[in-house]
Write a protein that binds this ligand. Structure first.
Ligand SMILES: C[S@@+](CC[C@H](N)C(=O)[O-])C[C@H]1O[C@@H](n2cnc3c(N)ncnc32)[C@H](O)[C@@H]1O
Length: 177
């Protein structure tokens, strides 16, 4: 059983935003056990879909979940350019030039989320989405606000009224590129 580290109520709002943008490919930073990967696969809902998920592999072995879309797990520190090159290599092999959505949910401390944005947002297509998870976590909020200030992008915040005992941090900030 794969543990989902997200609030269902927030994902149920993210789902139509993804459908509206016809998201068929996702780059996820922070795989863990693949809980959100399964959610993205369900939303994409097609075997032509393409999901790349990056994780250091330090928290779990990152066992691949069963997906309809082609899933590629890239093991590496998201802040290393070598990891970006691995993602680019997977894209080249799959003949994909960009992603429809970037979901940032790896390191939550300091500039982690901001650095993930700077590293991987250039791989997202014009009109694509960038989502920051856990924007009620202080450092993630600071990173998200910094990106908003820099880009002046249209954005929407999905925030449940309360967390649950096992999911204390939540909130999804979605930026429209
Ligand atoms: C909150 S979990 C991801 C949860 C997953 N998105 C879900 O909801 O099922 C964060 C993951 O990010 C990974 N991580 C943390 N810092 C990282 C980094 N700098 N590079 C790559 N992975 C990182 C951890 O190993 C962990 O598996």
């Amino acid at each position: 059983m794969v543990k989902l580290l997200q609030l269902e109520s927030e994902l149920s709002i993210l789902r139509p935003l993804m459908r509206q943008r016809e998201v068929g490919s996702v780059l996820e930073i922070g795989y863990y056990e693949g809980g959100t990967t399964l959610f993205f696969d369900h939303v994409i809902g097609m075997p032509m879909g393409f999901i790349v998920s990056v994780d250091s592999g330090t928290a779990t072995p990152c066992t691949p979940v069963l997906t309809k879309a082609a899933l590629h797990i890239v093991i590496g520190n998201s802040h290393d350019t070598a990891t970006l090159e691995k993602v680019r290599a997977v894209m080249a092999e799959a003949r994909e030039t960009s992603f429809d959505m970037l979901f940032i949910d790896a390191g939550h401390e300091g500039d982690d989320a901001y650095l993930d944005y700077k590293m991987f947002a250039p791989l997202v297509s014009n009109g694509g989405l960038v989502a920051f998870h856990d924007i009620n976590y202080p450092d993630v909020r600071r990173c998200y606000s910094r990106v908003l200030a820099e880009t002046q992008a249209l954005h929407v915040e999905i925030m449940a009224e309360r967390s649950t005992p096992d999911i204390p941090f939540h909130g999804i900030g979605v930026i429209y590129l």
